[in-house]
Design a protein around this ligand. Structure first.
Ligand code: ADP
Length: 397
């Protein structure tokens, strides 16, 4: 008969750890309480080495535990793992034709050997033995059923522990990759900052007339260049912190932010006779991180300039809808294939047809990160009448 209390305690213990080694030890302990073996082991299948090894043992000498590995089909454990069905073995194993060739087991009088199988995958084997001098009687079919029921729980606990272990390992790996990437980026940012510093000081000297007088037009152009240097320096800082810095939000006019993004991209549009229209109504306001939002819009506007081809029209509009502001940036360019409308927001993704236009595939990924940090959403559409439309939806507060 199953003792309910004993079972509840045993199962609680089995499910109490998310570490494979601890879970194996708990399985061994609980099996001892439930089925009173004199010795036993929890063997796990090592997929890389392709053998079973002892992960937890009861009354087995340490050197035996260390050496006791078995390939599938080898020895009792390996055969049971290969058969995938629980076995009750009374007396010598040689009596059983399917265990032919398996060496004798010395003082063992009877054993239960139960595979730990999940979705047809062998995780391991639970071995429980009673010895010749055991005070207990031989195991019975009823014990075998109890062991199989227990094994089902043990399997579940192991699988959970294994999943948790895998997640932890992957997490650690991702952190390492992230750290390596951060190192490369900070090196690059450092070098680029140096170069920008040099450009900045040449520009300042030119403006100050150190290299001779400039015409008003030359001076204006160099001042514009100087502004772009500042913008680049800001962008570098953004890359360095990988958009992780806290947002600094304040109530800001949407039209004003759009205007600033347009000024920053003016030089791209000027050269190719684009028509750029800011149709955003004056009264719209939202809580935004001005610098980050401006950068997101700059990325979208510079794409419109890069991919639409000269002479295109770019229109920026916005409206309030309940507690949200929706900004749209439309261009009359070639549009984006329907099946790529989401992919273009992934890091480093670029459309094949644009491979000869310079770009990193990061602009839209950065824009998305910014908009999502604002609690908003960004998406693209490519309407049948042509062109691309980028929608930005952010909460007003
Ligand atoms: P980048 O411009 O540096 O390549 P983005 O992340 O800004 O990177 O854009 C990803 C890709 O999406 C671009 O390479 C381009 O193929 C496509 N794309 C973005 N904006 C437009 C647009 N307005 N019209 C057509 N294609 C676009």
């Amino acid at each position: 008969m199953l003792d309910a209390r004993l079972w509840i305690d045993a199962l609680l213990r089995v499910h109490s750890s998310l570490q494979v080694r601890l879970a194996s030890e708990n399985i061994m302990e609980s099996a001892k309480d439930l089925l009173s073996p004199d010795s036993g082991s929890v063997m796990l299948y090592d997929r890389k080495r392709r053998w079973l090894f002892v992960a937890a043992a009861l009354n087995l000498p340490k050197d035996v535990v260390k050496k006791a590995t078995a390939r599938l089909g080898e020895r009792v454990a390996g055969k049971v793992a290969a058969f995938r069905s629980p076995r009750l073995l009374v007396g010598s194993v040689e009596r059983y034709p399917e265990f032919k060739g398996v060496e004798g087991r010395g003082k063992i009088r009877v054993s239960l050997c139960v595979p730990l199988v999940s979705d047809a995958t062998v995780l391991g084997v639970l071995n429980l033995n009673r010895h010749n001098d055991s005070p207990h009687m031989n195991y019975t079919e009823e014990d075998l059923h109890a062991a199989a029921l227990f094994a089902a729980h043990a399997t579940l606990a192991l699988k959970n522990a294994w999943l948790a272990d895998t997640l932890l390992k992957q997490n650690r790996m991702l952190k390492e990759v992230d750290a390596a990437r951060a190192d490369v980026i900070s090196g690059l940012v450092h070098d680029m900052r140096g170069a920008l510093g040099a450009i900045r000081s040449y520009a300042d000297n030119l403006i100050a007339g150190v290299f001779g007088d400039l015409t008003p037009q030359q001076k204006e152009k160099i001042e514009k260049m100087r502004e772009q240097v500042e913008r680049l320096a800001g962008l570098l800082e953004e890359v360095r912190t990988s958009g992780r810095r806290e947002l600094r939000r304040k109530l800001t006019s949407v039209r004003r932010v759009v205007q600033r993004a347009m000024e920053a991209t003016e030089y791209l549009f000027d050269e190719n006779e684009f028509v750029v229209e800011n149709r955003v109504p004056g009264g719209l306001e939202a809580y935004m991180d001005v610098g980050r939002m401006e950068q997101a819009l700059v990325n979208i506007l510079s794409n419109a300039a890069k991919y639409s081809g000269g002479g295109a029209t770019v229109t920026i509009d916005a409206r309030k809808e309940q507690d949200f502001i929706e900004i749209t940036v439309s261009d009359t360019g070639p549009g984006i294939p329907q099946d790529k409308l989401e992919k273009i927001f992934e890091e480093h993704y670029r459309l094949d047809e644009h491979s000869d236009i310079p770009g990193s595939g990061l602009g839209l990924a950065i824009a998305r990160r910014t908009i999502e940090a604002h609690g908003g959403r960004i998406w693209a559409e490519s309407p049948p009448e042509g062109g691309s439309v980028f929608h930005i939806r952010i909460p007003v507060r």
